[in-house]
Design a protein around this ligand. Structure first.
Ligand SMILES: Nc1ncnc2c1ncn2[C@@H]1O[C@H](COP(=O)(O)OP(=O)(O)OP(=O)(O)O)[C@@H](O)[C@H]1O
Ligand SMILES: [Mg+2]
Length: 365
């Protein structure tokens, strides 16, 4: 490997090393004792935006003028060839290639012996765009959350201040209406916070599922009653497939409630017509006990949106919503060992189907 990196180690092995280095996901460059580029892998040429053939033989300090965020030249500051003779390199640092973008740079100095002049400088470049995108994603998350929390809190604050200051000027009915608004906005904030906590658990793989035998049909019926109690007509819901005997299902009853609440609420909020629910044995798949489908008669979801639908914050504008519900549903179903999918209902609307696993998990005594 001594000379392999600079391509003078005989035809075959130089090609072999360079093929391997071309597969490396990071950019790699090697400069000689004069600072001239003697090796460039494919990724480095791609990051720098210059063909490898043009980079070879150039002074690395000019070809890749790395800058600190304050505009200082990184090469002037580090000066691998004339700097401290005991330095062996530089840890990863975020630098800028002027006119291009940010890169994470690591440098390694190869010296023939301790305290001797640098013979080769190996520079690794990692595209910082992916990290930047992740950060942008995080700040998008923060601003969405702040925005979602602000509107209900503004209303809670507005109505409660008005009530406190002008209590005597309102009729009982008006007061009741304001208090109901405060209550439902407070519920919205609580729900959003619960969803966000679940999301952080799902993302960190720390979602706890306490499985026990559950009666899925009874759970669905409870939800239907809840919708009816909050003002929906009973005819809006139909639970089908009563006749079929179901295998025993083990699930976390609270999590199952969350899954059902999200999917049923979507069906009434984003869909139209009757919300049909079915619970049937899941079929051949050995580990899965039952499949639950929830469909409506609304306009459904365009198939080109299927891949996006379970991602967080995805929603189609019209009827409000944060776009977190289905992301949480998928996390909860998968934490149970089940699967969730979306399709088109026979009646034209959206159809969501999720499965739950059969039998007691092995670790339950
Ligand atoms: N049954 C449905 N019919 C039509 N569109 C649907 C249906 N269910 C979900 N969608 C679409 O998928 C989007 C994402 O749903 P999701 O439950 O993740 O978020 P949301 O309902 O908008 O907000 P949240 O559930 O966080 O309050 C919805 O905004 C809606 O556009
Ligand atoms: Mg929803």
């Amino acid at each position: 490997m001594e000379q392999g990196a600079n391509g003078s180690d005989g035809e075959r092995s130089a090609g072999w090393y360079s093929d391997i280095c071309d597969l490396h996901p990071d950019g790699l460059l090697v400069a000689d004792d004069q600072g001239l580029i003697v090796y460039v892998n494919a990724r480095a040429a791609q990051i720098v935006g210059t063909p490898a053939s043009e980079l070879l033989g150039q002074d690395i300090r000019k070809a890749i003028p790395l800058q600190e965020s304050d505009g200082r030249s990184w090469w002037d500051y580090t000066d691998p060839w004339n700097g401290l003779a005991i330095r062996s390199g530089h840890r990863e640092k975020l630098l800028i290639i002027p006119g291009l973008h940010e890169v994470l740079v690591t440098a390694k100095y190869l010296r023939p012996g301790r305290g001797m002049p640098v013979r080769q400088v190996v520079v690794a470049l990692r595209d910082a765009e992916a990290r930047r995108r992740a950060e942008a994603n995080n700040s998008a998350l923060i601003s969405t959350v702040a925005h979602e929390l602000r509107s209900p809190l503004t209303s809670v604050k507005g109505f409660s201040s008005t009530l406190l200051r002008r209590w005597d000027r309102f009729t009982d009915d008006q007061k009741r209406l304001m208090l109901q608004t405060i209550e439902s906005d407070a519920d919205r904030v609580t729900r959003l916070i619960t969803e966000l906590l679940d999301i952080s658990r799902i993302d960190a793989g720390r979602l706890q599922v306490r499985k026990q035998p559950v009666d899925v049909r009874a759970a669905i019926n409870r939800h239907i009653e809840r919708f009816v109690a909050s003002g929906y007509e009973r005819e809006r819901f139909a639970l089908n497939g009563h006749q079929e005997a179901l295998p025993e299902v083990w699930a976390d009853p609270d999590r199952l409630d969350q899954i059902l609440a999200n999917l049923m609420e979507n069906a009434v909020r984003h869909g139209e017509g009757t919300v049909s629910l079915t619970v049937v044995p899941a079929g051949q798949d050995g580990d899965e006990a039952v499949a639950v489908t929830i469909s409506d008669e609304g306009e459904g979801i365009p198939p080109e949106n299927y891949p996006m639908i379970f991602t967080r914050f995805w929603h189609r504008s019209r009827r409000g919503g944060t776009g977190l519900g289905l992301y949480v549903v998928r996390g909860l179903v998968e934490a149970h060992g089940g699967k969730v999918s979306v399709g088109r209902a026979a009646a034209g609307g959206a159809e969501f189907r999720f499965t739950l696993p059969a039998g007691a998990p092995e670790n339950v005594i």
